[in-house]
Design a protein around this ligand. Structure first.
Ligand code: G3P
Ligand code: CA
Length: 266
């Protein structure tokens, strides 16, 4: 199986953009990640009630905006009314950026995947995209269908990978677009019901860094089986060090600049 993300150094992928410095999934966070030298950008995608793919992590908008309700129950125009700079990062508190005096739409507006693809296409260097389908089974394939149609309409120069915790979602992607590398995400371990193996055809193993702390030998086993290894979400210096020691292929982090600087020192 072909290796993806083949670089002579560990790739740094910005998780929800440079989300330590700007609101997660905002255009500002992605611009910042590109400026900070990220090799790739991670984003979560969900479908709005009127069928647009938007970059939002949670099922509901309550944490990340000043609004309420499920993304799937809101239309894009309704999401566009909300302030996504008013939200909180996963750990609580406001994002680490400075509080702006004026509203900056690049920080506050909901981001469509189409707009993110435009940003990536206009970057001065190729930037990879790691797109995560969130709870896609609810939509019976519509997320993957619309995602693949959009990618065909708006090609980008870097490598595009589709990630998911759902084997079914990745299967749908591989069936419709076998050329797209897929990443199987894991919280704690390989699923037992799969006999400890990744779903067939998946190119990349996506363990959490917690999983690697408990089972560092997993990286060598995955690579011996022909898989690249992309680890999330790696923010602590000791975890960056662990990933470097284990020789992973990519680190997914909220702080791409800091991680890139640390890797350069190791
Ligand atoms: O990059 C994978 C990682 O993003 C999965 O977890 O909850 O941050 O989407 P989550
Ligand atoms: Ca994600």
């Amino acid at each position: 199986m072909a290796r993806v993300t083949a670089r002579d150094r560990i790739a740094v992928i910005a998780h929800r953009g440079a989300s330590e410095d700007a609101p997660e999934h905002s255009l500002a966070a992605y611009r910042r990640a590109i400026e900070d030298g990220a090799d790739g950008l991670e984003c979560d995608v969900r479908l709005t009630a009127d069928g647009h793919l938007v970059c939002v992590h949670d099922r509901r908008v309550n944490r990340t905006s000043n609004g309420r309700g499920a993304v799937s129950a809101l239309e894009l125009a309704e999401l566009a009314e909300l302030d996504f700079a008013a939200g909180r990062p996963p750990g609580g508190g406001r994002d680490g950026g400075e509080a702006p005096d004026t509203v900056d739409p690049e920080r506050s507006a909901v981001l469509t995947l189409e707009r993110l693809l435009e940003l990536v296409a206009s970057a001065e260097r190729p930037v990879d995209l790691a797109i995560e389908t969130k709870h896609p089974t609810r939509w019976a394939g519509q997320v993957e269908e619309r995602l693949l149609a959009l990618l065909a309409r708006r090609p980008v120069p870097g490598e595009v990978r589709v990630m998911s915790f759902s084997a079914r979602s990745l299967h749908r992607v591989r069936r419709a677009a076998p050329e797209l590398p897929t990443v199987f995400l894991m919280h704690f371990a390989l699923p037992r019901h799969r006999g400890g193996r990744l779903p067939a055809g998946v190119a990349v193993a996506g363990p959490s860094v917690r999983m690697l702390r408990r089972d560092p030998g997993y990286v060598a086993r995955a690579r011996a089986a022909g898989h690249s290894v992309h680890v999330w979400t790696v923010d602590r210096p000791e975890d960056v060090e662990l990933c470097a020691e284990l020789g992973v292929d990519a680190i997914i982090t909220n702080r791409p600049r800091t991680v890139r600087e640390q890797l350069a020192q190791l």
